[in-house]
Design a protein around this ligand. Structure first.
Ligand code: TXA
Ligand code: MG
Length: 349
């Protein structure tokens, strides 16, 4: 399949290209596009056949539901009801990196919700995404635009790498602003529960309802009956080819431990990638060292994490050692993605 590619800036949208891509969606095709979280792979959310193509192109497990992207607040026909707390969350955080889970209406095909009677809906903030939804004239179902299992794309080059030849259209914009996927808030339960941490943090959501809490399955290795409630969170995810180990604890001990582990790998003729920070990068003696950004700016770290996992993959290291981060605010989402990318291989110091 020929994949058409159009690159633009959010400030200067190529409306002709967007109209063309919108038509592709309304006719049942697939379009990758930028959002403020990560790039998405979109299809008409109300067209069962179109939605099935997403699963094929990504190699996505069939039981993993898709998030529906909308351009306005009138979502009444997609859902059975909008509880007051969901309405407040939407009013406060839309457009933005928040997905609300609601009981779905019959209009949303089971292919989109992967057989569930609920649907995740979000209004992205990115102007290119908004304009695409508007031109398509239909809500757009979109998972992250990567091959299933790989780190989500935050740059268009990664969508091209993963999906060129498999989909109809790729729209490129800037590096994703948040860099991690949206926060998922299940509003079908009382109190609402966070199924995936993201840019809208627990603290921010508590300003709406102080009883909102995080699914305890989120930060743990899915084992036995204790599985996260968002089906997608149970799969190996965000994983580069090389195994990842997260070293968590006191920062000076972390650095010492990483240097020690690195030396052992080097003695074994292994190439080691190190995910460091501005504050620590000069303290590593060898290895492929990449800084995620400053520890005093966790938003910057969030923005870079997926792209750096992919960069280290490209450099063909044998093992990736990564520093842990403080679990506060967006640090919770960062640690959630890092631990999953490591398959919960964590070294505590
Ligand atoms: O930021 C985002 O949300 C990005 C961009 C493209 O908008 N999309 C995204 O989609 O991350 P995806 O498919 O990679 O992740 C969707 C997650 C999965 O873990 C899925 O299981 C969960 O959302 N999910 C979707 N619908 C759900 C539902 N009805 N109930 C529970 N979990 C749901
Ligand atoms: Mg994904």
């Amino acid at each position: 399949m020929d994949t058409k590619i159009a690159i633009m800036r959010e400030e200067s949208i190529d409306i002709e290209a967007i109209k063309e891509a919108g038509k592709v969606i309304s006719k049942g095709g697939l379009v990758a596009f930028p959002t403020e979280t990560v790039y998405g792979l979109g299809a008409n959310a109300l067209d069962e056949e179109a939605v099935k193509k997403i699963f094929e192109a990504k190699g996505r497990p069939q039981d993993n539901p898709l998030i529906v992207h909308v351009n306005d607040f009138s979502i009444e026909d997609l859902v059975e009801e909008i509880p007051a707390v969901a309405k407040s969350a939407m009013e406060k955080f839309w457009p933005g990196p928040l997905t609300v889970i609601l009981k779905k209406s019959d209009k949303v095909p089971l292919a989109t919700s992967a057989g569930l009677d609920t649907v995740g809906i979000r209004m992205p903030a990115n102007a290119i995404a908004r304009s695409l939804i508007k031109e398509a004239g239909v809500p757009i179902a979109a998972p992250s635009a990567n091959i299933s299992g790989k780190p989500s794309p935050t740059e268009v080059s990664r969508c091209i790498e993963d999906l060129q030849g498999k989909i109809d259209y790729i729209i490129g914009g800037d590096h994703s602003e948040v860099g991690l996927e949206s926060t998922i808030l299940d509003c079908t339960v009382i109190p609402p529960c966070i199924l995936r941490p993201g840019g809208i943090t627990l603290g921010m959501l508590k300003s709406i309802d102080e009883n909102i809490y995080m699914d305890p399955g989120i930060m743990k290795k899915p084992e036995g009956d204790f599985k996260p409630k968002a089906p997608g969170m149970k799969y190996r995810h965000y994983a580069p080819k090389a195994p990842v180990k997260i070293i968590e604890g006191d920062l000076q001990k972390t650095i010492a431990k990483i240097n020690e582990m690195m030396q052992n790998y080097i003695d074994d003729n292994k190439r080691v990638g190190i995910m460091a920070t501005e504050e620590t990068k000069s303290q590593y003696k060898a290895g492929e060292i990449i800084s995620l950004g400053s520890r005093s700016n966790l938003s910057e770290v969030a923005q870079n994490v997926f792209e750096i996992l992919r960069t280290l993959d490209d450099s063909n290291v044998d093992i990736i050692l990564c520093e842990g981060f403080e679990e506060r605010e967006i640090g919770i989402a960062i640690m959630n993605r890092l631990r999953k990318s490591a398959g919960f291989d964590i070294v505590k110091v």
